[in-house]
Design a protein around this ligand. Sequence first.
Ligand SMILES: Nc1ncnc2c1ncn2[C@@H]1O[C@H](COP(=O)(O)OP(=O)(O)OP(=O)(O)O)[C@@H](O)[C@H]1O
Length: 255
Amino acid sequence: MSSEILFRNVSMKFEDLLVLNKLNLTIAAGEFVTMVGPSGCGKSTALNLAAGLLQPSEGEVLAGGRPIRGPGPERGVIFQQYALFPWLTVRENVEFGPRLAGKTKAERRRISDHYLRLVGLQDFAEALPKTLSGGMKQRCAIARAYAADPQILLMDEPFGALDALTRIKLQDQLLQTWGEDRRSVLFITHDVDEAVYLANRVVVMAARPGRLFEVIEVDLPHPRTEEMRLSPEFAAIRNRVWHSVYHQPSQANAA
Ligand SMILES: Nc1ncnc2c1ncn2[C@@H]1O[C@H](COP(=O)(O)OP(=O)(O)OP(=O)(O)O)[C@@H](O)[C@H]1O
């Protein structure tokens, strides 16, 4: 199955409030798209539509060419607020998806070892979530989502609550796994640097009503590196995105 996500003329209303207006957007198979925009412009709503947690008022959202009717195992969702099963250990949380997929005990162990190492939780495999810090819980939630091996990752400010160092580390790990597995990713963030560092394309949204404002290509090579963050090329794209987000015409002037 293709892992393309397609928003086709999608509008979303909550009662009388038009939250998304005629959104047309394709996240191609294997593409990494970040989404930024002012608070309330409908970013989380768009992601929840792709996750199948909401149904659009108009238009349709398709995954791999099929209309999305609800959540599915091919779409992994990571929210800012970690969602772990509190009664399962860290390892059991990470092995949850592989267990549902019918993996053997040995396969599950190999998968959980790999992803626990990736997020630096290998020494906490047998711990219960309540004994972990907030950042560690979020890393566990990330490992759990990766371990389920979805073709599509939908991430809503997943690193928002983490300290700067952990955040940068997880950005690099995410890019590393993306480089290996080429999942399609829709990643929402408020951090313009993060949006540029991770993406093939940055989608800038506008508010009232929420709509697509501009799509900015990030033509920086892969792998992305720390030096690249300091380069003039990076700064130029970041400034463009920044300008697009923070200097949008007021609603009265908007088209
Ligand atoms: N279930 C709901 N019922 C009613 N209104 C909602 C619901 N979910 C979202 N909204 C409204 O829709 C608008 C867009 O919300 P959404 O969370 O998608 O924006 P956002 O761009 O993700 O915002 P932020 O950057 O602040 O997280 C807001 O005005 C919000 O109050």
